[in-house]
Ligand binder design. Structure first.
Ligand SMILES: Nc1ncnc2c1ncn2[C@@H]1O[C@H](COP(=O)(O)OP(=O)(O)OP(=O)(O)O)[C@@H](O)[C@H]1O
Ligand SMILES: [Mg+2]
Length: 433
């Protein structure tokens, strides 16, 4: 019977090793002998026969199995190659180390010895399949992440396109209306100037006639003239006429100024890269935003350095200045001050434009999000959250950078750095505004 058991053990597709509480080797089946590199001799220590076996760890396990009379499992994931066994059925054709599931089983107390059995199961096929699966899953996850990023970029590009289209339409409309207003306005202004001269001459003529009449003997004519003068309130007219004409002329000039700025701002003629004066852009943008910011901003400090012209898309940069100035005014409650500084960095052939406000500041927690498309802290319907993301895109297209610095309750500062001659290789280069 003993032989039958041994035969069964040798035919098993499992490794079987029996040893005692001192880890002295008592039995090894064929599976172990056939697949282990070393020849195995009985009666010796397990750790001499299998030097790869981690001794401290293994002894601890053995002690616990003897103490609790139980079975302890070790999966291949934890110790893939407990023994240096070669795999039994290599799928790849090359012989590789076997991945093993191991069980330590307490056999009982025989002849004053505690007997323990180590059973090894070949888990190579499962392990290889699982590892391949894990690798594929990992790859899939990475591809998923890439797709997600691409999708995000696509969304951003789309929102930028929509905004640019909108700005192009608004810009065209503004420039068109400005042009239409400008034409009649120029003859209104020149007619008023003409009227100013004519009335002056008429008043002079009146004075002359009056002085002639004063010399008349006929008192009746003088009295009737004085009465008529009084009835028609000629003195008041004389007094108010220059003021009225001056005010009207002022208004006309202001309208011309605004329409001119509107045209400059949207610059239909400047949809292409060209050398432009940044200060002109800032001035025309300030005129455009003036009506929006004048209620909260008391003071605008223009600390302009000496700047060379830079190669850029002027109307797009105006759009950036507009976004920053409007944001600044929105952050200000009252007594606002906006400082606009420009500098030329000769060493690096760059210019900087810094726009600083003394508004509410931006909390640190949202500072990293303000350039994200659709990020806004304004009420629904007030802000789209696109201003800064569009501005970021425009500055990037100019190969420049935009940075923010903010302190709560003290204010915010945006610093734009632009190269004077950016290498043009960006999508905005073909764009028309
Ligand atoms: N100067 C500033 N001071 C304080 N907060 C600011 C300032 N500039 C921007 N922010 C914050 O950044 C957010 C995003 O600004 P962004 O210009 O992109 O969008 P928005 O102003 O909310 O909407 P819009 O699309 O109308 O410009 C704002 O909602 C605001 O919270
Ligand atoms: Mg904004």
């Amino acid at each position: 019977m003993n032989r039958v058991y041994k035969e069964i053990l040798n035919q098993l597709n499992l490794g079987v090793i029996v040893f005692d509480e001192h880890c002295q080797l008592l039995y090894v089946n064929h599976f172990i002998r056939d697949n282990h590199k070393q020849t195995v001799g009985l009666g010796q220590s397990l750790f001499t026969q299998f030097p790869e076996l981690p001794e401290a760890w293994f002894r601890k396990r053995v002690e616990s199995v003897i103490m609790f009379h139980n079975t302890s499992f070790t999966q291949w994931q934890y110790r893939p190659h407990l023994l240096n066994l070669m795999e039994t059925r290599p799928i790849t054709g090359t012989h590789e180390l076997m991945y093993q599931n191991a069980s330590l089983i307490y056999l009982g107390h025989y002849d004053a010895r505690e007997l323990i059995c180590l059973v090894i199961q070949d888990a190579t096929q499962t392990a290889l399949t699982q590892m391949k699966l894990a690798k594929t899953l990992n790859k899939l996850n990475q591809e998923h992440k890439q797709l997600h990023t691409l999708n995000q970029q696509l969304k951003e590009a789309q929102s930028q396109l929509v905004q640019n289209e909108k700005m192009a339409a608004v810009g065209q409309l503004a420039a068109g209306v400005a042009h239409e207003i400008n034409n009649p306005m120029s003859f209104i202004k020149s007619n008023i100037e003409c009227l100013q001269h004519y009335t002056q001459r008429l008043v002079e003529m009146g004075h002359y006639l009056e002085s002639l009449l004063q010399k008349q003997e006929d008192q009746q004519i003088i009295v009737s003239l004085m009465r008529q003068k009084e009835a028609l309130d000629i003195e008041q007219i004389e007094e108010e006429l220059p003021e009225l004409i001056n005010e009207t002329l002022d208004g006309a000039k202001r309208i011309q100024d605004i329409t001119g700025s509107l045209r400059d701002f949207s610059r239909l003629d400047s949809s292409e890269w060209q050398l432009a004066d940044i200060h002109e852009g800032l001035e025309s943008t300030l005129k455009i935003v003036n009506h929006e910011i004048k209620y909260t901003v008391n003071e605008i400090v223009k600390d302009f350095g000496k700047l060379p012209k830079i190669y850029c898309l002027p109307s797009q940069l105006n759009q950036v200045f507009l976004n920053l100035l409007v944001n600044a005014s929105h952050a200000i409650d009252k007594d606002g001050k906006i400082i606009i500084e420009t500098r030329f960095l000769e060493d690096s052939n760059q210019i900087t434009i810094r726009i600083t406000d003394n508004g509410a500041g931006i909390p640190k927690t949202i500072l990293s999000k303000i350039f994200d498309p659709f990020f806004t802290t304004k009420e629904i319907g007030t802000g789209t959250g696109l201003g800064l993301s569009i501005s970021y895109g425009i500055i990037q297209a100019h190969q420049g950078s935009i940075e923010v610095n903010s302190t709560i309750d003290q204010g915010t500062s945006f610093l734009i750095t632009l190269p004077i001659n950016p290498p043009i290789s960006t999508s905005l280069s073909d764009q028309s505004l």
